[in-house]
Write a protein that binds this ligand. Structure first.
Ligand code: GCB
Length: 613
């Protein structure tokens, strides 16, 4: 059997500048098993059949459906969805009589027996399909945490690692008219070399956590497009349309009727058509989140989108939105479902979380610590909220492992590909709280360069740590300062350090760049009241916030803040019985949606900041 690496690797090598060469995914056995396609963007704007809903599942802690008793991969694993041919045949599993889960969901909250489970679960969905002449079928997953192996009608179509980015396969050749089935083996075991690594402060929700779709596209289709303002130029819209094939002379059109702007273009030999056109769009901003209807089409294909136009730049220590200085009144958010717990994934989840952010006075959110679902970003855009989007390069990744680097870069690539037309996104963040060192510097600077090379307009940042604090003097020092546009750092004055000292703290940020406090905060159990000296009371948290905002007034060049965090979230690291109960309690809002006292401290401060602008 011919061994091939996953196509992801080929793509990665082509784009990474080869600083780190490696294979982000496991080896797969045969070329016919790899049907992964570059990401098809604007998936919700395409003709598609939903594969959301009830999927049968089988919990498989020993991967018995994948390996034989010698731990060799089975030719006849659960992916065959086998049925006994006669009553005497032994088949020790049956998807159709197994329980079901309503996808998308995480298994930890969908089945209480799986609350702490980390391992393999098999999922199966049957569906009906009729092939249409001249069309291709693309099987799309919004996200699967963490390792997904996918089969259609018993044939392997590919694999993917990384729990928060979309991926898709061309399944045209393996579908048949009538009944079909897809089987996914999902494994969320943590590993040192993964991204994120073994240790992180959030729940490792496993499963098919975002939508699954079967999209239909013409044989030659519009794979991707980019339509945004040129860097720093509010009068020039530029972009490109890219086909899935390197086919020259195909006519494609970009139409923005409200701007009376219609560009008819021809693809070049690379299958790409570029344009650049003068325009005077109303600019998108938190006060005026104007979006335009945009149509990208060719003879047999029409894609509709809503796109906003804004410029984002820095000048000295300022961030400029549409050429004007803006203070980022933010809050950090985990992709954690309000009220019901579990992974958030829907438009409704996004709306609830972002409405709380709005109520807090936010014009900006930090979507921590991984790319959130597409609805979250689109909803933020509609609501006029700027976004920091992040990949889970968190704490102590395997800096020296080329596969780990390739994995991180692939996640960054897919995050940018999915959201490059979302004007709400102003910052790509490549890391959170990483330990200083040469290998880490090489890893992170490569990611920052990659982000800049793949997105000509947005800013790049990362959440750093304060490394030198002496007495009341804090100094930010990080070699990565030269690779980022915005320096950001997490500080926990009043919680992990220097309790009650924030009011006398002095900060020195020795870089002529805007600075954001990407995290600060402390825990409180909603409804627990007591003295300002009593940890975990609402009063302690409230006082910590008062002292911190007082301190912020004295930080030169402070361009924004995103307190940690909007809502209490599940974390296995938070074990204090009766207080944490596996929740990180640093939320300004409880998991039940009740606001804590500190919420109002931040709200008042943001109101003042806004009025002073
Ligand atoms: C941090 C991390 C964040 C944690 C938070 C905490 O610095 O970036 O992921 O949840 O602190 O609560 O300790």
């Amino acid at each position: 059997m011919k061994k091939v690496k996953h196509s992801l690797m080929v793509l990665l090598l082509a784009t990474s500048g080869c600083l780190f060469a490696g294979n982000a995914n496991a080896e797969i056995q045969d070329a016919s098993e790899n049907r992964q396609l570059p990401l098809v963007t604007n998936i919700f704007g395409r003709q598609s059949l939903t594969l959301c809903g009830q999927w049968n599942y089988i919990v498989d802690p020993l991967e018995n459906g994948y390996y034989d008793y010698r731990h060799k991969p089975l030719a006849n694993g659960f992916f065959q969805n086998k049925k006994p041919a006669n009553p005497s045949e032994l088949v020790e599993y049956d998807f159709d009589t197994s329980p079901t889960m309503n996808i998308p969901t995480d298994w930890n909250t969908a089945d209480e027996k799986l609350f702490y489970y980390e391992g393999t679960v098999w999922f199966k969905k049957s569906f009906n399909y009729q092939h249409k002449q001249g069309m291709r079928a693309v099987l799309y997953f919004g996200a699967v945490n963490y390792d997904a192996k996918v089969w259609v009608n018993g044939q392997k179509v590919g694999e993917h690692v990384g729990g928060f980015t979309p991926f898709n396969f061309d399944v045209t050749e393996v579908l048949k008219d009538g009944d079909n089935f897809v089987v996914v083996k999902v494994d969320n075991k943590r590993d040192q070399d993964n991204v994120p690594t073994l240790n992180f402060d959030w729940w490792n929700y496993g499963g098919i956590t975002r939508e699954v779709l079967l999209a239909e596209v013409p044989n030659t289709y519009i794979e991707d497009y980019y339509i945004q303002l040129a860097k720093g130029n509010a009068g020039l819209i530029e972009g490109w349309v890219k086909l899935n094939e390197a086919k020259a002379g195909v006519e494609v059109t970009v139409d923005i009727p409200e701007l009376k702007l219609k560009q008819t273009l021809k693809t070049g030999v690379d299958g790409k058509a570029q344009f650049s056109v003068k325009a005077k769009p109303e600019l998108w901003s938190p006060e005026h989140p104007k979006l335009y209807q945009v149509t990208v089409s060719k003879a047999d294909e029409t894609l509709n989108d809503e796109i906003g136009f804004r410029t984002i730049e820095t000048r000295g220590r300022e961030i400029l939105l549409n050429g004007k200085p803006v203070f980022l009144r933010g809050v950090s958010i985990h992709e954690e479902a309000p009220f019901r717990q579990g992974r958030a994934w829907s438009e409704a989840d996004a709306h609830t979380l972002l409405s709380w952010a709005k109520e807090l006075g936010c014009n900006y959110v930090r979507l921590a610590h991984y790319p959130h679902n597409e609805h979250m970003v689109r909803e933020a855009e509609k609501m006029g909220i700027m976004v920091w989007s992040e990949i889970p390069v968190y704490w102590t990744i395997s800096w020296e492992n080329p596969d780990t680097y390739q994995n991180a870069e692939a996640q960054l690539r897919d995050e940018i590909t999915r959201d490059r037309n979302r004007c709400a996104i102003i910052i790509w963040s490549v890391a959170n709280e990483t330990p200083h060192g040469d290998a880490r510097d090489k890893f992170l600077s490569s990611l920052a360069k990659y982000a800049h090379a793949n997105d000509p307009v947005r800013l790049v940042s990362m959440a750093m740590e304060v490394t030198s604090a002496q007495g009341n003097m804090n100094r930010l020092q990080d070699n990565m300062n030269e690779y980022v546009d915005v320096v950001a750092f997490n500080e926990y004055v009043g919680w992990y350090r220097d309790t009650k000292a924030a009011r006398s703290m002095v900060w020195e940020i020795p870089y002529e760049k805007p600075a954001i406090i990407s995290e600060f905060g402390g825990g409180a159990l909603q409804g627990w009241h007591g003295s300002v000296d009593q940890r975990f009371t609402e009063e302690f948290q409230e006082d910590l916030y008062k002292a911190n905002v007082d301190m912020f007034e004295r930080i030169k060049g402070l361009a924004g803040t995103s307190p940690w965090i909007l809502m209490d979230f599940r974390s296995p690291r938070r074990q204090l019985f009766g207080v944490q109960d596996f929740f990180n309690r640093k939320g300004l809002v409880s998991e039940k949606g009740i606001k804590k006292l500190a919420f109002y401290v931040m709200k008042d401060w943001y109101e003042k900041k806004k009025n002073n602008e």
